[in-house]
Design a protein around this ligand. Sequence first.
Ligand code: SF4
Ligand code: SF4
Length: 142
Amino acid sequence: MKLVNGVWISNIPAFEPLVLSFIKNFVCQRCGKCCNLAVQGTAITHDDVRVLAPKLAMSNSAFEAAHCHYVKGGNGPRLAMAQPCPFFREGAGCTVYTDRPQVCQTFPLYTVNYQHFTRIGVHVLCAGAADQLAAFEKLLML
Ligand code: SF4
Ligand code: SF4
């Protein structure tokens, strides 16, 4: 595994050019869907909080109390930020863009780690991913 442009690349060599190609060709449509999902929340780590909280002149604990909650995860409770995201502004987009959580940086790609392999996924709701998704999936099936 290695990190390229903020995305974990699978240790399966055939995946790497596919993922790099996806990243290179991805164009965000700025639709804001990924910040306004009706889901349990944006995954955020304590490392993300340590970056974001000082930029908002907040302590880590104050940030977590104001913006975060715990949700059930496969490996136990995990920290999440409310959706719709409190940092999204209509017309302006993400107001914490340079300090946004890692999951926002890698969106629409996401990874799930299993014992012997890593699954790389593409969120299908992402308008910017739609063009590439069919080709990406087809290649992954080869
Ligand atoms: S859903 Fe995709 S296209 Fe829309 S803002 Fe998020 S990353 Fe950009
Ligand atoms: S931090 Fe920014 S990119 Fe992430 S969900 Fe909130 S508004 Fe969207």
